[in-house]
Design a protein around this ligand. Structure first.
Ligand code: SUG
Length: 448
């Protein structure tokens, strides 16, 4: 049976703004309070989805969330009508209003961890929504994420959904941003690679000194248990705490894997040799030949990687067995990174081509091409069981582009977030979107 890696990209929501909400994420911090352009952000994301679809890749779309999240503000004690809740929050606690307006659900690599059916004990595709509890503005995403994923992958014969892990720092879980899967072919058993930043219960593992390590070993192990993965099909590795302190807040800022290839920076991990050996052994046991591609620090520094998002790229398999790297425009703007990429694609190795995309609106909040997509490996039968409304087609691209043109503002600052009219605009846009994507009622305003 044929099998595919389907990339579901997060559609940027109408409140996209630069809130400076993510300590440890250099771009989010340095663009704080700048004015954003939600319309451009959404169109840039859609252009990437369309381009990948046109290249013959399977592409889907994941809906944004209801923002401002009035219910979240109510839980924090703001009362009255929806408009009063927003105005009171704006007056008394602007940072909480900003957090409740974040369009951060666009970075769907953090939506969930996904294990394909070939890896799991019950032969279903498993999803665990990420609790994202390191940052308040992201911790409010998972209930809606679960409803949206449930509406996309509804068939219980093929898809199993797990609620987010307990909402405490000890089980901090950032989803697929710290998870990669290696395999010979998408439909065959693979090796799932979980990368954690710290251990909550075992002090032998070092922690970063400055910035938070968002993913814990205990969270990764819990997800592997929930998904029914075998010991033989899993490798755990620790991120180098020193790179977290340089702004590598997720492992997908310093490494990306696909098929039998791991493309990573020399400084990405702790105990790299042991980890590579374990990956090599386990991948060999499922019939594959592991191909690590290490980028030396002498060619590209960690700082270059953080600024350019070289590793936050999409590594895609082409029909002839070679691979294509989808990188953000910022890679072309960095001489060392661009030179490295020219050498890489010209070297006769597996990565043959680089394609550049302008994702500046998202990049300025620390979200590159890989952050914007959730990978789901599916066989033909499973793909046929996905809600067809969320699979990208030329007509869907047209409808979504027109929908963005109709509903999105082209400028957003902190003051705009305090405008109660914005909530009404977002709700009417999202109501229409659920019809376009055939999701049914997934948003709090549609349910309550
Ligand atoms: O969680 N930025 C996101 C970026 C997530 C990137 N995802 C991956 N690497 N997979 C984050 O830090 C910034 C929001 C703001 O500051 O307005 C933000 O949430």
């Amino acid at each position: 049976m044929k099998s595919y890696e389907v990339n579901f990209d997060g559609l940027v929501g109408p409140t996209h703004n630069y809130g400076g909400l993510s300590y440890g994420n250099v771009a989010s911090q340095s663009n704080s309070q700048q004015s954003s352009n939600p319309k451009e952000a959404a169109l840039q994301g859609l252009a990437k989805m369309k381009a990948l679809m046109d290249m013959g890749f399977q592409q889907g779309v994941l809906a944004p969330q209801e923002r401002p999240d009035v219910a979240a503000l109510r839980r924090l004690g703001f009362a009255g009508s929806d408009a009063q809740v927003i105005q009171r929050a704006a007056k008394e606690a602007m940072p909480l209003l900003v957090a409740s307006c974040s369009a951060s659900s666009m970075w769907v690599a953090n939506a969930a961890t996904v294990s394909p059916s070939a890896d799991t004990a019950d032969g279903r595709v498993h999803f665990t929504a990420a609790n994202l509890n390191c940052k308040y503005h992201r911790s409010i995403e998972h209930p809606t994420t679960s409803r949206v994923l449930g509406a996309m992958f509804a068939d219980q014969q093929h898809f199993a959904h797990h609620a987010a892990l307990p909402a405490v720092a000890q089980f901090g879980d950032e989803g697929a941003a710290n998870h990669t899967r290696f395999c010979r072919a998408y439909g065959e058993a693979g090796v799932e690679f979980f990368v954690f930043g710290r251990s909550a219960f075992d002090s032998r593992y070092p922690s970063p000194q400055k910035y938070p390590a968002r993913q814990t070993l205990e969270a990764s192990r819990a997800v592997a248990r929930l998904h029914g993965l075998s010991e033989e099909g899993v490798v755990y590795a620790q991120q180098n705490p020193a790179v977290i302190d340089q702004g590598v807040f997720h492992n997908d800022v310093i490494a990306v894997g696909n098929g039998e290839v791991l493309f990573y920076h020399e400084d990405a991990f702790l105990d790299t040799d042991r980890m590579l050996a374990e990956l090599g052994d386990k991948i060999a046991k499922v019939g594959g030949k592991f191909q690590p591609v290490c980028v030396p620090r002498s060619a590209v520094t960690v700082d270059d990687a953080v600024r350019s998002y070289l590793f936050n790229s999409q590594l895609l398999s082409r029909a002839d067995g070679s691979m294509l790297l989808i990188v953000p425009e910022e890679c072309r703007g960095n001489e060392r990174v661009w030179n490295y990429l020219q050498g890489l694609t010209g070297s006769g190795g597996v990565i043959r081509e680089v394609k550049v995309f302008d994702l500046k609106q998202s990049m300025q909040n620390g979200g590159g091409p890989a952050c914007l997509r959730l990978r789901v490996a599916l066989n033909e039968t499973e793909l046929a069981a996905v809600n067809p409304g969320v699979i990208m087609t030329a007509p869907l691209y047209e409808s979504l582009t027109q929908w963005v043109e109709r509903h999105y503002r082209d400028r957003m600052t902190e003051n705009d977030l305090a405008d109660p009219q914005l909530l009404l605009e977002c709700r009417s846009a999202l109501d229409e979107l659920t019809q376009i994507l055939k999701l049914g009622a997934v948003y709090p305003f549609q349910i309550n």
